[in-house]
Write a protein that binds this ligand. Structure first.
Ligand code: TZP
Ligand code: MG
Length: 217
């Protein structure tokens, strides 16, 4: 998947599932397969936190998850690890403000999709000029999943970006579930990214399907 135009990217971002081994209570490959069966539209491999895999183990899991995505025509994005994304020829990367500068990452990845987490309108503007394709905005709701998480922002920034006329694709993140996803879309996001609402669900496919139902209008 080369860098897609903004409208097709908006469709792909709708039900955006993120996970790594530390987010799963069972085999990550199984978790991903069930999430795909439930209707996720994009997957991000994010290997973080206590006990996170590194080196060959991280590479092997990334490769396995990527092959599941390829078989099912689901775009495969990697969090932070640009070298891994290049080694695997992933569809894209997602970075935060603390990671390498957006221009530098854009230069390295060529026409792969580039997502960036933004927390202010100014960061959004700078990121767009530097070559970002979409924004991750959050935490929308309280979450325990990310260790260095910022304070809860609600949907304020999504609304501000849309009011100011910026059309860039946006996903909300942080504490999102099937029950609270609709206001995120109503605020102007194109999709929702979730970790635990899917990875910790009793039925992963049902959780993904329920989220999908509430995001697609
Ligand atoms: N960035 C902001 S909140 C968050 C990330 C990676 C964690 C989202 O996890 P969950 O389980 O969907 O709240
Ligand atoms: Mg990061």
């Amino acid at each position: 998947m080369a860098r897609s135009n903004s409208d097709s990217l908006k469709d792909l971002l709708k039900v955006y599932f993120i996970m790594g081994s530390t987010n799963c209570t069972k085999n990550p490959a199984e978790v991903l397969k069930e999430a795909i069966a439930g209707g996720i539209t994009l997957f991000q491999y994010r290997e973080k936190g206590k006990g996170a895999l590194a080196g060959d183990k991280k590479y092997e899991l990334a490769k396995e998850l990527q092959s599941i995505c390829i078989e099912n025509h689901i775009p495969f994005i990697i969090n932070d690890d640009i070298d891994l994304a290049m080694a695997l020829n992933a569809d894209g990367v997602h970075i935060g403000q603390e990671d390498d500068p957006v221009e530098m990452v854009r230069e390295k990845i060529g026409d792969k999709t580039l997502g960036i987490s933004v927390h202010t309108y100014e960061e959004a503007m700078t990121s767009i000029q530097a070559g970002a394709d979409y924004f991750g905005i959050g935490p929308i709701y309280p979450t325990n999943t990310k260790e260095d998480v910022r304070s809860v922002q609600g949907t304020y920034l999504i609304e501000e970006i849309r009011k100011k006329g910026l059309k860039t694709p946006i996903v909300g993140i942080g504490g999102i579930t099937a029950e609270n996803a609709k206001p995120v879309i109503k605020a102007g996001a194109d999709g929702v990214s979730v970790i635990t609402a899917i990875s910790h669900a009793e039925s992963i496919s049902d959780a993904a399907a329920e989220l999908r139902k509430n995001v697609f209008r």
